[in-house]
Structure formats: structure tokens, C-alpha cells
Design a protein around this ligand. Structure first.
Ligand SMILES: C[S@@+](CC[C@H](N)C(=O)[O-])C[C@H]1O[C@@H](n2cnc3c(N)ncnc32)[C@H](O)[C@@H]1O
Length: 280
């Protein structure tokens, strides 16, 4: 099995056949069991069934696929956030952050407050040995932007654990249009930059439209995506090829100098195998 590909299949089955400890970073954005319309997957399971399945895929990710120095991120909605948190505990993971991704353009509600957030759990396996590139993800601080305070760190500050990025609306250029819950690349950029180094491997067991893999490829990481849907796999491979050929760019890529540098260096040579077929 070579990296830099998206493969079709059931992530639990496939990961159980792959080598142990190959992933430096895992980002998992499973179906939330809230009735979303996927092309294949049925997103409305009984509580016990969904809970047991969540325990299964989290276990294989954390205890088999992840390196001892690796980081594990899981996105989940309110409905199962508490369960996912407890499964993480039971698997012996160490929670670094419980990030709230607060988004604008949330779903409208008539008889309750509109939902505008998703939970992002960030765990490590070893609390003393993990990657966190703080300089890669700093943002301007209020000391810099508001108070012109000379004590401000010139590189800015680390972001808070509440992240504000818009959801991808129908009109956004970044949106692929064929997947019901595409994540914004901005969310993944921060995670990939902070929790992996160039050349390391990023695994997404529910790759969907391919966001994690696209971002990992653009930032010079190796990637492996898995999705149960043949259609999503075919289209997300195409998305990666177009991104690396420079045909598809999020509008704000210019804000990320590391991504731009990498695109110039590698991407324009074309193809997702631009870094060569290095085995993990
Ligand atoms: C929430 S979406 C992921 C969206 C992705 N983060 C993105 O930005 O496009 C969940 C995906 O999991 C896939 N899926 C469901 N069950 C799966 C399984 N057992 N193994 C692999 N993929 C699965 C679905 O087809 C769907 O594309």
C-alpha cells in the first residue's frame, strides 16, 4: 500500500489489514448520525449500533493506525460529543483540546436557537511526545492589531480553542457541489500545520470530498483517504489532481505562505504523486 491515494472501502476493514502505526496524524469526520443524505451510507442508525460502530472505528484508528507519537482529531456534532469524549478516555488517549468550531451560515431553526458549531476533539497517544508546530498556526494578537503594544510577540499568538470559520455555502468557490458536508480547507489547514510535519502521513478514514487529503497534499504531507463511496472516491481523486495542477484553489490560499511555497515547489509539476511513490 502506497501513500498519496484515496481508496474505496470500509475504513474499519481496510485499516485492520494495513500495517500498524503508520499515521502521524488522523483526522476523522464521520457521519454524525443525524440523517444527512450521502450517496451510499445510511446516516440514521439506532443509538446502540452507532455507538458501537464509533467505538470500533475509533479503536482501530487510535490503537492500530496511529503512531505512538501521533495525533488524533475527531469532528462530531452535539448528539454524540459526550460519547466520543468518553470513548477517547476509554482508549487511553490524552485530550489536548476540545475545540469548538463556530461557523457562520449555520442551519436556521424555528423553535430553538440556530446551531452554529461542531466539536473537534484533539487527542495524542503520548502526552510527552507529540508534534505541535505552534509557529505554523499563529494568528495576529489584539496586542498587535488593536493596542499596537510593543510587548506583542511579532509572530502573533496561538489561536483560542474556539475557531471561527464559515461553513461552505452553496455559492462559495471552494465548494465542490457533490458532497453534502464538505469541510472548509481552513479548518484542516490549521490541524495539519500544527500536528504534522512536511513528509509525514495524514490519514482520513472518512475522506468524503477529500478535503483533508487536498490540504495535506498542498502542505507537502503524505496522505491516505478512505471512503465507502466509489463516487466520492472518484471525484475526490479528481479534486486533488486539479488542486495540485493549480486549477483549483481556495480564494484565501494567499493567506497561507507555507501552502503557496509548497504549491510553487511541488504542485505545478502536476499529479498527486509529485513527491514520488515513497512507501511509509
Ligand atoms: C462527514 S463526511 C466526511 C466529509 C469530509 N470531511 C469532507 O470534507 O468532505 C463522512 C463520509 O464518511 C463516509 N463513510 C461512511 N461510512 C464509512 C465507512 N465505514 N468507511 C469509510 N467511509 C465511510 C461517507 O461516504 C461520507 O463521505
Amino acid at each position: 500500500m502506497e501513500p498519496n491515494q484515496i481508496i474505496q472501502g470500509d475504513c474499519v476493514q481496510l485499516l485492520s489489514q494495513m500495517p500498524e502505526g503508520f499515521a502521524d496524524l488522523i483526522f476523522a469526520d464521520p457521519p454524525f448520525n443525524i440523517g444527512y443524505k450521502y450517496d451510499l451510507y445510511e446516516d440514521r442508525k439506532a443509538y446502540d449500533e452507532y455507538h458501537a460502530w464509533t467505538e470500533r472505528w475509533m479503536r482501530i484508528c487510535a490503537q492500530r493506525a496511529l503512531k505512538p507519537t501521533g495525533s488524533f482529531w475527531v469532528a462530531i456534532g452535539d448528539e454524540y460529543a459526550a460519547e466520543v469524549r468518553l470513548i477517547g478516555n476509554a482508549l487511553g488517549l490524552h485530550l489536548r483540546n476540545w475545540v469548538i468550531w463556530h461557523y457562520t451560515f449555520g442551519q436556521n431553526a424555528k423553535r430553538k436557537f440556530a446551531r452554529s458549531h461542531t466539536h473537534l476533539f484533539y487527542w495524542v497517544k503520548d502526552p510527552t511526545g507529540f508534534t505541535f508546530n505552534d509557529m505554523a498556526v499563529r494568528v495576529p494578537s489584539a496586542r498587535q492589531t488593536t493596542y499596537a503594544d510593543r510587548r506583542a510577540h511579532p509572530a502573533g499568538k496561538l489561536p483560542d480553542d474556539v475557531w471561527s470559520f464559515s461553513r461552505l455555502c452553496g455559492t462559495f468557490k471552494e465548494r465542490v457541489g457533490w458532497h453534502p458536508c464538505q469541510m472548509p480547507e481552513k479548518v484542516l489547514e490549521r490541524i495539519v500545520l500544527a500536528c504534522s510535519n512536511p513528509g509525514e502521513l495524514v490519514l482520513d478514514p472518512f475522506s468524503g470530498s477529500g478535503t483533508t487529503c487536498v490540504v495535506a497534499a498542498r502542505l507537502g504531507r503524505k496522505y491516505l483517504g478512505i471512503d465507502i463511496s466509489e463516487e466520492y472516491v472518484r471525484r475526490s481523486r479528481q479534486r486533488i489532481a486539479e488542486t495540485l495542477a493549480g486549477l483549483r484553489q481556495p480564494t484565501d490560499i494567499a493567506e497561507n505562505p507555507e501552502a503557496l511555497r509548497h504549491l510553487r515547489r511541488v504542485g505545478r509539476k502536476g499529479g498527486s504523486q509529485a513527491q514520488g511513490p515513497t512507501l511509509w
